[in-house]
Design a protein around this ligand. Structure first.
Ligand code: COD
Ligand code: ZN
Length: 383
């Protein structure tokens, strides 16, 4: 007789997969290696990656500006297809298109339970243990344990992530592009439209016109900002920034006075909204100083090197401005990222101009060369 009892499949495939992955063995050294990827344990998901972006934060982790454990597999901005799931996983199943979440959403911690919080206490970004939630790793190479990065590690053909760090997206999503919905778009576009809530007719300044800064510009433009000042030391970034909506550009290296003085002169008293998308304390202070004294809002999306501090004149705080950090656009990741994907599929957000380069995964070194040469907004690696 056929068993129609309560036992159900867990989709667990109990075998290790050997595949190609990028390993940072120590600071500033990245190599492609054959890696063993263990099957997912309970509450985990193994993903076959389809695309991953090269974000400034990946460069930060490889250089050790964001503290990580070596050797590790970098990468956090990823899209892929679920290969198998561990026991108890219910929100995704094999074959689902998914995004990796650099910050998870556990739905249980104080951040997740707060209506505005998104920096889930189960995150592994600041600080980074490099391990799964049970304190172990799913990667080995040449007999050595390899650490995870942000519990996402997307620079690999297969990765294992906690269920809270992955979300199912629309089956129609184009997998060669959609990976940027897992960091660049929410971090940048979200900082403008959701964290700052840029208002129509407002003035904005964006420090850094890389991937995140460009997505911020897109969000300011979509919100109806009348003036968007773009600041970057690399003038090669200016033409694309202008195409996205930047109205004025400034290269601080060519100015005779501090950039914040120039921004204040250009706008009378300072901008309504300032954004920092570089990760340097000097540019965080410059963004703050560029804001309108009474109602200016300064949003910091970058992370500086550990232990660096910045100081603000006490009097510039008293006048009423707001300083706010924003990780991933303050979006609750598991709830909101699929909605961003759907908005793209409905032509409400056009993310295509944010991707300037696409290369096969095994050309990772070339991709980093183009990134370091300052040629990219986003380079996406395809598997
Ligand atoms: N003044 C002006 N522009 C500068 C300066 C400077 N002193 N130094 C660098 N720049 C420009 C560069 O020319 C470049 O155009 C831009 O700043 C940086 O862009 P990218 O493309 O290198 O980096 P992004 O945009 O992908 O990432 C920027 C972040 C600020 C997000 C990142 O570097 C960071 O700080 N990450 C940590 C935050 C984090 O982890 N967020 C959540 C997951 S990513
Ligand atoms: Zn990122």
């Amino acid at each position: 007789m056929q068993n129609i009892g309560t036992k159900h499949s867990t989709h667990t495939k109990k075998y290790t997969i050997t595949c190609l992955a990028a390993i940072a063995w120590k600071k500033n050294s990245l190599s492609l290696e054959k890696v063993e990827v263990e099957p997912p344990k309970a509450g985990e998901v193994r993903i076959k990656m389809t695309s991953t972006g090269i974000c400034g934060s990946d460069d930060h982790t490889i250089k050790g500006i964001i503290t990580v454990k070596y050797p590790f597999i970098p990468g956090h901005e990823g899209a892929g297809i679920v290969e198998s799931t561990g026991e108890g996983v219910s929100s995704v199943q094999p074959g689902d298109k998914v995004l990796t979440l650099p910050v998870p959403q556990c739905r249980e911690c104080s951040a997740c339970l707060h209506p505005k919080g998104n920096f889930c206490e189960k995150q592994d970004l600041l600080p980074s243990s490099g391990l799964m939630l049970d304190g172990t790793s799913r990667f080995t190479c040449k007999g050595e344990k390899i650490y995870h990065c942000f519990r996402t590690s997307t620079f690999t053909e297969y990765t294992v992530v906690p269920e809270i760090s992955v979300v199912k997206i629309d089956a129609a999503a184009p997998m060669d592009k959609i990976c940027i919905m897992s960091c660049e778009v929410p971090t940048g576009y979200g900082a403008a439209v959701h964290s700052a809530q840029v208002t129509p007719g407002s003035t904005c300044v964006v420090f850094g016109l890389g991937g995140i800064g460009s997505a911020i510009v897109m969000g300011c433009k979509a919100s109806g900002a009348s003036r968007i000042i773009g600041v970057d030391i690399n003038e090669e970034k200016f033409p694309r920034a202008k195409a996205l909506g930047v109205t004025d550009v400034l290269n601080p290296s060519n100015l005779k006075k501090p950039v914040q003085e120039v921004v204040k002169e250009m706008t009378g008293i300072g901008v309504d909204f300032a954004f920092e998308a570089i990760g340097l304390t000097e540019t965080m202070v410059a963004a703050w100083d560029s804001c309108n004294l009474s109602h200016g809002v300064c949003i910091i999306t970058g992370v500086s090197a550990p232990n660096l501090q910045f100081s603000l004149s006490g009097q510039t705080v008293f006048t009423g401005r707001t300083l706010k950090g924003a990780c991933l656009g303050d979006y609750k990741t598991k709830d909101c990222f699929p909605q961003l994907v759907t908005a793209y599929l409905q032509n409400k957000i056009n993310i295509d101009p944010l991707i300037t380069h696409q290369l096969p995964f095994d050309q990772l070194h070339k991709a980093f060369e183009v990134y370091h040469a300052g040629k990219t907004i986003r380079c996406v690696l395809l598997f």
